[in-house]
Design a protein around this ligand. Sequence first.
Ligand SMILES: Cc1ncc(COP(=O)(O)O)c(C=O)c1O
Length: 425
Amino acid sequence: MAEGPTSHLDPRVRGLSTSPTLAINETSARLRLEGRTVYRLGLGQSPFPVPETVAEELRRQAHQKDYLPVAGLPALREAVSAYHNRRDGLSSTANDVLIGPGSKELLFLAQLCYQGTLLLPSPSWVSYGPQADILGRPVRWLPTALKDDWRLTTDTLSEAVAELRGQPAMLILNYPNNPTGTTLGRGRLAKLADICRAARLLVISDEIYSEVHHHGEHASLASFYPEGTVISGGLSKWCGAGGWRLGTFIFPPQLRWLREAMAAVASETYTSVCAPIQYAAVEAYLGGSEMEDYLDLSRQVLRAVGEVSWAKLREAGLAVARPEGGFYLFPDASSLAPKLAERGIGDSTELCRQLLDETGVASLPGVQFGRPPEELTFRLATVNFDGARAMRAAAKAGGRLNQRFVEDNCADLLNALRHLVSWFA
Ligand SMILES: Cc1ncc(COP(=O)(O)O)c(C=O)c1O
């Protein structure tokens, strides 16, 4: 075979590997093919089906074939703007919205266009850091602690801001949070907003899990720091539509320069988001009673699953923050460190490797979220159940869902948790 061109990769992508969330999914699928039982608590995707009205709209719009405007279908931008005005009390217009092929791509474009330091709470979602690395942007991690339920404190942010000495910086704040499952309430948001305003920070507020706040009580930083906050969202987590690839950014007028730069890069790269998906997404953002019922059931199920999982992990002797939104928990096995060391486990990667090997439970090590390698934290995505079935059962149950509900409708998840409890015991 002829040799072909020699490898000349850009130094910034040399050594870059597949995103760990996608990699764990592929490993789990391979082990399953080998006949092993694998509990898929690795990849965080919504367990629920796309709402029927939205799926029906996609079928109706399958014939849409034209390239759409770079910034997005005007009707969709209008619906997204109206949705945020309703929900967050903004006074935005369609011209403040940018639609992208998933918020992940928009987050990357924002980092590409903005030249400055990236401020990232630790732990943070797996892809913000690697995106900064690809672009050669410096990252300043902001430590958080389990004793604060992993919430960013004002002291930590103030300290980082002081170190910047006026240099430009972008903070990505994600709540409800992946991986910790906790969120930021209005009081803390207001205090963080004061620091952001004084330092004139650009904030990307990643609110992709806002609609799956377990009590439907999400508040946005944009209510407290409107002039410097871009809200990042999309269909993936509240509409069961991760694979549809539709993300949204909404900018205040003061940040129009960023929107324009991002749209210009978009026009030279992906052109526009898939047309039928954009038409169908209008239906989701218009809202209405069917969407409200769907969200209400999603929240009830996620809350019950979160509560039961939290209790089980504590039974296993793990320290873990009580989940408030989304579908993640971030346990810490540090108190069991001496016992784990006897099994040759001294870091989160080895912990997750042995967990998968010995219990079949797939998870992601804390190090992937920016935690110190030797800290024994890991992330569980509590989504390996049939969301459609759980929703139907929740509708029938009509009210508070208990442990029995989780036993009856999320048996696989409960089995996974039981395996974890006995392994740690
Ligand atoms: C915190 C967070 N932000 C952004 C994303 C990206 O979502 P999408 O590209 O599907 O909009 C995810 C997906 O897992 C996430 O967990």
